[in-house]
Design a protein around this ligand. Structure first.
Ligand code: PRX
Length: 660
C-alpha cells in the first residue's frame, strides 16, 4: 500500500507509506478487517480480551456486558481498578519512571517537564490533600483551570481517591460555572488564581468566587487554588487553600482507592438541544479501556513518540487524549497553555520543531485559521520550521473540509504523514469513526470507517438501516465500553435523548446526520440533526444562547441558528426582537455589541453571536412556533424556496432579510 501518485488523483485515496504500514499496530486492511470480524463473531469475547490485556485490574472481572436494564448498560461490572494507578504506578515499574510524562509550554514560552515519577508524587500529595479536607470516594470535585501540569494532577488526584471530577472549561462564565457546580453537587472546586492565554490574564479564582456567591445549595466546602501568578487575589481563609500549601505536608504515598469498573470517573457537561447543559457521566473501566485502545490503534502510539493534542482539558478531547489515554500508555505529551496565534501565527510549528512532536492532533478551525495567517505572513508559514519529526496528524471536533485537509497533509505532513480524521463525541468517550493510520486509505473530508468493535450505521427515522449512498441518522448499534452511562442525575433525559423510542430504543443516536459512500462505505458526517451548533469544534445548544439573549433586559424574544463559516465551521446568527422599537443604524450596532458582550459574560466568548439581526417579530406558524428553517435560509443569504403557507406573518421575512 505504498503511495502511488498516479492513483491518488483518480481515486482521491491517500495511502500510508509502506514503512508506516509495516510498523503500525493495525498493519494493513486485512488486520483491520480481522479485528472487525472478531468483534462481530464474539462481541463480548472481543472486548473481554482487550480489557484483560490492556487494563490493569486490581480484581479481575468475570462478567463482560450486562444488558438486563437497557439502555443502562454495564461493562466489566464486577472488576475493580483505579484509573490513576493504571496511568501512573504502572509507569514506575515498567521502565518509564524517569521518562517525561508532560512537557509543558507556558504562554510565554517557558518549558517545564515532569517525569512519570514526579507526576505520581504530585498526584499522591494532592490526593492526600483532598482526603485531608474530607473529600471522599463518589464526591464531586469541579476543576476550573487552564492548561497546566497541575490541571492534569488535579484530575488524576480525583481519580486516585475515587472522587468524580467535572472539569469546566476556563472560558465559561460565572453563571455557567455556577450552574455546573450546582448540578453536580460539588463539594470542592480546584482552580487557579489566573489563567494566562495569548498574553492576557483571566481571573479564574474571582470567577469561582462569583459562581459560588450565586450558588443556592452551598455544597462547596473547599476551594483549592493553584498559584499561577503573583497577583493578589481575594482569599476566604475558612474555605480557600493554596494548592502548594495543601500539598506541602502530605505524604508522597497515596494508596489508590479501588473502584468498581462502573464507578463514575468523571462528569463532563455538554450542550444539549434544551437550555440546560447535560452532565455526561463516564465510567472508570470501559472509558479507560477505550482511551488506551484508541491511543494504540488510531494514534499508533510508540514509546518514542512525542504526542501533542492541542485540546483544552475542559473538553472531552483533553480528557481522553491529554489527561488519561497517553499516560495510560506511558507516552510523553506536550501540554500548551497558550493559543496558536500568540505571539505569532507560527507558534504551533515552532513548538513542533522545538519539542520534536511526532503526533499532532488538532481541530480544523485551528488549521483553517493558520492557513489564513500563513498566507498573510510568510514569515510564520510552516515552511519556515523544521517539521520533520512529525509522523502522524489528527483532526477532531468538526468536519475537516477537503481544502483544509489537503493543506494539512501537504504543508504540515509533507505528504508523508497519514491524517486521522476522528469522529466522536463527549458521550462516546473516545473515537468512533476514524482511519487506522497504517491501514485505511484516507479520503479528504471523510472520517472513513468505524473502529474495530464499534458497529455504526446510517438509518431512517424509524431505525431502518439505509443503503450506502443515502443520507440519514448516524447510530451505534450496540453498547460499547466507553459510552456515556447516563446524564448526571437525569436517567430519563439520557434514555429519551440518546436511545429514542422512534428508532426502537436500542440504537444509540449520535445526533449527527451521515452518509456512506456508495462504493467504499466510508462515512461522511453531514452535521447535527438537532439544535446543537458546532462553533470551532465546540458544541453549543441554540436554546442555551437563546435563553441568555432573552434574559437581557432589552430583549423580548430571540432565535439563534447556525450559519456556515469559513474559519469556525459554523457561526452563530441571532435574530433578536427588542422590547422597544426596531433599532436603526448606529443604535442597532451599539445594542448588538452590548448583546454580544452579554452572551460572553453569561455563557462564554465561544457562544457570542457573530451576527445579530433585529426585527419586529420572528417568522412563526399560526400556532406560534418559530420557523427556524426559514431563519437558517435568511442567515445564509439564500432564496426562500420552502413552503411558507403555514406562516402567520410572511412580511417579516423581508424585514429580517434586509436587516443587516
Ligand atoms: O457533530 C459532531 C462533531 O462534534 C460533535 C461532538 O462534539 P463534542 O461532544 O463537543 O466533542 C467534540 C470532540 C470529540 C459531534 O456530534 N464532530 C466531532 N468530530 C467530528 C465531528 N464532525 C465531523 N467530523 C469529525 N471528525
Amino acid at each position: 500500500m505504498a503511495a502511488n501518485p498516479s492513483e491518488k488523483k483518480e481515486t482521491q485515496f491517500y495511502y500510508p507509506s509502506e514503512a508506516f504500514v509495516q510498523n503500525a499496530a493495525i498493519s494493513g486492511m486485512n488486520a483491520y478487517h480481522a479485528l472487525c470480524r472478531a468483534a462481530a463473531e464474539d462481541y463480548e469475547g472481543f472486548w473481554a480480551e482487550l480489557a484483560q490485556e490492556n487494563v490493569l485490574w486490581h480484581k479481575p472481572f468475570t462478567r463482560v456486558l450486562n444488558e438486563t436494564n437497557p439502555p443502562f448498560y454495564k461493562w466489566f461490572e464486577d472488576g475493580e481498578l483505579n484509573v490513576s494507578w493504571n496511568c501512573l504506578d504502572k509507569n514506575l515499574v515498567n521502565g518509564n519512571a524517569e521518562k517525561d510524562a508532560i512537557i509543558f509550554e507556558a504562554d510565554d514560552g517557558t518549558v517545564t517537564k515532569v517525569t512519570y515519577r514526579e507526576l505520581h508524587r504530585r498526584v499522591c500529595k494532592l490526593a492526600n490533600g483532598l482526603k485531608s479536607l474530607g473529600v471522599r470516594k463518589g464526591d464531586r470535585v469541579v476543576i476550573y483551570m487552564a492548561m497546566s501540569i497541575e490541571a492534569v494532577v488535579a484530575m488524576q488526584a480525583c481519580a486516585r481517591i475515587g472522587a468524580i471530577h467535572s472539569v469546566v472549561f476556563g472560558g465559561f462564565s460565572a453563571p455557567s460555572l455556577g450552574e455546573r457546580i450546582e448540578n453536580a453537587g460539588a463539594v470542592a472546586v480546584i482552580t487557579a488564581d489566573m489563567q494566562i492565554r495569548g498574553g492576557r490574564r483571566l481571573p479564574l479564582k474571582a470567577i469561582v468566587d462569583d459562581a459560588l456567591a450565586m450558588s443556592e445549595s452551598h455544597t462547596v466546602k473547599n476551594v483549592i487554588v493553584y498559584q499561577r501568578t503573583d497577583e493578589e487575589i481575594p482569599f476566604d481563609k475558612g474555605r480557600d487553600h493554596w494548592m502548594h500549601e495543601l500539598m506541602q505536608s502530605q505524604s508522597e504515598i497515596c494508596q489508590p482507592e479501588w473502584v468498581n469498573a462502573e464507578h463514575p470517573l468523571f462528569i463532563l457537561y455538554t450542550s444539549g438541544s434544551t437550555g440546560n447543559p447535560k452532565g455526561a457521566q463516564h465510567s472508570s473501566g470501559g472509558y479507560l479501556l477505550w482511551a488506551i485502545m484508541t491511543m494504540r490503534w488510531t494514534f499508533d502510539i510508540k514509546p518514542t513518540d512525542i504526542f501533542w493534542c492541542t485540546a483544552d482539558i475542559g473538553w472531552i478531547t483533553g480528557h481522553t487524549y491529554n489527561a488519561y489515554g497517553p499516560l495510560a500508555v506511558g507516552a510523553t505529551i506536550v501540554l500548551f497553555e497558550g493559543v496558536p496565534t500568540y505571539p505569532h501565527a507560527g507558534r504551533f510549528w515552532e513548538m513542533i520543531e522545538k519539542h520534536k512532536v511526532s503526533i499532532f492532533y488538532t481541530a480544523p478551525t485551528a488549521v483553517r485559521s493558520l492557513i489564513k495567517a500563513s498566507s498573510e505572513n510568510r514569515q510564520f508559514a510552516p515552511e519556515q520550521y523544521d517539521l520533520s519529526s512529525l509522523r502522524l496528524l489528527g483532526s477532531v471536533g468538526e468536519p475537516i473540509n477537503p481544502e483544509a485537509w489537503l493543506w494539512f497533509y501537504k504543508h504540515i505532513g509533507k505528504e508523508r504523514c497519514p491524517i486521522v480524521d476522528t469522529f466522536w463525541q463527549t458521550e462516546t468517550g473516545g473515537h468512533v469513526i476514524a482511519p487506522m493510520p497504517g491501514a485505511t486509505p484516507q479520503v479528504p473530508g471523510s472520517c472513513t470507517l468505524p473502529l474495530p468493535g464499534l458497529s455504526v450505521s446510517v438509518v431512517d427515522e424509524t431505525g431502518q438501516e439505509l443503503p450506502w449512498g443515502q443520507g440519514g441518522i448516524l447510530v451505534i448499534n450496540r453498547p460499547w465500553p466507553s459510552m456515556i452511562r447516563t446524564v448526571w442525575g437525569n436517567d430519563e433525559r439520557y434514555k429519551t435523548h440518546y436511545w429514542p423510542e422512534e428508532l426502537g430504543g436500542k440504537l444509540y443516536q449520535a445526533g449527527d446526520g451521515a452518509i456512506r459512500d456508495p462504493e467504499t462505505g466510508y462515512f461522511t458526517i453531514t452535521g447535527r440533526i438537532d439544535d446543537v451548533l458546532n462553533v470551532s469544534g465546540h458544541a453549543l445548544g441554540t436554546m442555551e444562547v437563546e435563553s441568555v439573549l432573552a434574559a437581557h433586559p432589552m430583549v423580548a424574544e430571540a432565535a439563534v441558528v447556525g450559519k456556515p463559516d469559513d474559519l469556525t465551521g459554523e457561526s452563530i446568527c441571532a435574530f433578536v426582537i427588542l422590547k422597544d422599537e426596531l433599532p436603526q443604524g448606529d443604535q442597532a450596532k451599539s445594542i448588538a455589541s452590548d448583546l454580544r458582550k452579554w452572551v460572553s459574560k453569561e455563557i462564554s466568548p465561544i457562544a457570542r453571536p457573530k451576527e445579530i439581526r433585529f426585527g419586529e417579530n420572528l417568522p412563526k406558524t399560526r400556532s406560534g412556533k418559530i420557523m427556524r428553517r426559514l431563519l437558517r435560509v435568511i442567515a445564509r443569504g439564500e432564496e426562500i424556496t420552502q413552503d411558507i403557507s403555514t406562516l402567520e406573518n410572511p412580511a417579516i421575512l423581508d424585514q429580517l432579510r434586509n436587516s443587516l
